[in-house]
Design a protein around this ligand. Structure first.
Ligand SMILES: Cc1cc2nc3c(=O)[nH]c(=O)nc-3n(C[C@H](O)[C@H](O)[C@H](O)COP(=O)(O)OP(=O)(O)OC[C@H]3O[C@@H](n4cnc5c(N)ncnc54)[C@H](O)[C@@H]3O)c2cc1C
Length: 383
């Protein structure tokens, strides 16, 4: 069964899709269960991905990357997440946030910070969420105060991918308090993780995507040079909104990869497991369940690829990105739940791929904006 069929993928993305599939078969799939159970950061697989030119390659060619566009990244994402969501997340987070610098930053910033990520010498992260504020982007409290030719950072960030491992992060921080302009109060900064006053520790062990690591970061009078402001003060919210439109198409790909894995597992198990003298796929109820899984998956995949085109062309991007993110990530939850049911008691065995997929499916409905927030965007941005 080849659920991630190429016919829906634009021609120019086929080559990268094949590369990603081959890499996933060789490096991700065989190691997925071990890293999940150990909850370890997959350093070696990340290094292999960097060497294979499959990590951080959205970065434009002028800064050392391959300049992969949105359809190419989506094609790669589906393949990686089908193989394992936790390892895939680590590979993708290695350049999380870089887009903000290469889109809005200066050439000097790109040379110093973006090029080493494209070349596999450094990794980055993006710090937006806080312990007390997650969904309300305009409500974030971490502050950057101008002091001479420096900014002084104070506050906390939570859930930050690579907050411990990264060489530098893109930070979203408050630089204003204008009540009448809630969306103009934040700015973006490049913060080296070895800056004095930057402290990060891993958050407690997760039940899902265990091969990726998130951090709780504390900024305590952490000073960075004023040159580390990306673009201009007050533009942070706008940059983030644009960035998330692309990100949500990619997170739709997380959902599709996870859903494909769940369907493959359910299909194989139900064609093998015998009860009442026949394999359970011979029961019509099971056939209908499998059919419903395929309906969910194919509908979500069609919508996602349509949204990808819309977002790439900046055609009502916020609306389409939210539609796809919601549909594809909820398809992953629904099909993995059904996949668990068809596995009977064995569904809960830790060693089973379906048990891993079922847990991983819980995350994309939350990150990159909880799906309730996506529904607000769909309603509010209807063309
Ligand atoms: C594995 C993982 C990796 C992550 N990586 C990063 C990262 O690298 N960088 C980063 O900055 N963040 C990251 N996040 C954080 C993620 O973006 C937040 O968890 C998410 O935005 C939700 O915020 P919250 O968890 O604080 O939930 P809250 O904002 O507290 O929301 C809790 C629940 O309240 C409901 N809710 C909230 N707002 C509304 C609303 N307006 N309308 C209706 N219902 C609502 C929803 O049911 C929601 O799930 C990551 C999270 C996870 C789980």
């Amino acid at each position: 069964m080849n659920l991630l069929d190429s016919s829906i993928v634009p021609e120019h993305a086929h080559e990268i899709k094949d590369e990603a599939r081959e890499f996933a078969r060789e490096h991700i799939e065989p190691n997925a269960q071990e890293y999940f159970q150990a909850g370890e950061y997959p350093h070696e697989i990340l290094e292999a991905g960097q060497e294979a030119g499959l990590v951080a390659q959205d970065i434009p060619e002028e800064w050392g990357g391959r300049g992969l566009d949105l359809p190419q990244l989506l094609a790669l994402t589906e393949e990686f997440y089908r193989a394992d969501a936790g390892i895939a997340l680590t590979l993708q987070l290695a350049s999380f946030g870089c887009e903000i610098t290469y889109e809005y930053g200066s050439d000097d910033q790109c040379e110093e910070y973006i090029r080493p990520v494209a070349e596999g010498d450094q990794i980055s992260g993006l710090a937006v969420s806080e312990p007390e504020t997650g969904s309300d982007l305009a409500g974030m409290q971490t502050r950057a105060e101008k002091d001479g030719d420096e900014y002084v950072l104070n506050g906390e960030k939570y859930w930050i991918g690579n907050g411990v491992e990264a060489d530098w992060i893109t930070l979203y921080a408050r630089t204003g308090d204008d009540e009448d302009n809630r969306y103009g109060n934040h700015s973006m900064f490049i913060v080296p993780t070895d800056a004095e006053g930057y402290e990060a520790e891993h958050i407690p062990e997760k039940m899902a995507m265990r091969a990726s690591k998130q951090a709780h970061i504390t900024f305590d009078d952490c000073r960075i040079p004023e040159e580390n402001l990306i673009g201009h003060e007050g533009a942070g919210f706008m940059m983030l909104a644009d960035f998330f439109n692309h990100g949500r198409v990619i997170v739709s790909g997380h959902g599709l990869g996870i859903a494909a894995a769940a369907i493959e597992e359910a299909w194989e198990f139900s064609h093998d497991r015998e009860e009442f003298g026949r394999t359970i796929n011979e029961f019509q109820a099971v056939q209908h369940g499998l059919a419903d899984m395929l309906i969910d998956f194919e509908s979500a995949r069609s919508l996602t690829w349509r949204a990808c085109e819309k977002v790439a062309n900046n055609d009502h991007a916020g609306y389409w990105a939210a539609l796809a993110k919601t549909t594809a990530t909820e398809a992953a939850v629904d099909v993995s739940e059904q996949g668990m049911q068809f596995h009977g008691g064995r569904s809960i065995l830790d060693e089973r791929r379906i048990a891993r997929v079922y847990r991983d499916a819980r995350i994309p409905v939350i990150y990159e904006g909880a799906n309730e927030v996506q529904r607000n965007l769909i309603y509010g941005q209807v063309p």
